[in-house]
Design a protein around this ligand. Structure first.
Ligand code: ATP
Ligand code: MG
Length: 137
């Protein structure tokens, strides 16, 4: 069954949005198969966002991801990679539709509270980066 990697970033955890976000995935009908709270190192954050290393915001983004606890999760279900991104909304919360997580709960792109894998290959790579196989139930 299809799986995706979802993370609540330090701003989402700090703002107390864990239950709100987890419940949206649960209510949709997806299955939680792994979850843990971690403070990633900067080196780890750079690995996670390696595709963006040429972008001007890369350093700030990695500093931010490693600035506090992140709730790392794996969700499973039909179409979960694409539909999970739909639940999350557009990267820039100014452009995210109301009803999406970023549309309802975030304001600026640098503090957009949640990450979701953008395709099957990245989902596979990100799940392997964040979780040991034994942590997936
Ligand atoms: P994520 O990978 O976190 O799920 P995304 O796939 O919607 O987000 P990406 O293009 O992968 O968007 O960018 C990764 C993250 O980098 C964004 O979520 C955002 O926090 C940050 N980011 C993207 N564009 C900008 C920007 N112009 N300025 C500052 N931060 C940005
Ligand atoms: Mg992305």
């Amino acid at each position: 069954m299809e799986r995706t990697f979802i993370a609540i970033k330090p701003d989402g955890v700090q703002r107390g949005l864990i239950s709100e976000i987890v419940s949206r995935f649960e209510r949709k009908g997806y299955k939680l198969v792994a979850i843990k709270l971690v403070v990633p190192s900067k080196d780890f954050a750079q690995k996670h966002y390696h595709d963006l290393k040429e972008r001007p915001f890369f350093n700030g983004l990695c500093d931010f991801l490693s600035s506090g606890p992140v709730l790392a999760m794996v969700w499973e279900g039909e179409g979960v990679i694409k539909y999970g991104r739909k639940l999350i909304g557009a990267t820039d919360p100014q452009k995210s539709e109301p009803g999406t997580i970023r549309g309802d709960l975030a304001v600026v792109v640098g503090r957009n509270i949640i990450h979701g894998s953008d395709g099957p290959e990245t989902a596979k790579d990100e799940i392997a980066l964040w979780f040991k196989p034994s942590e997936l139930v």
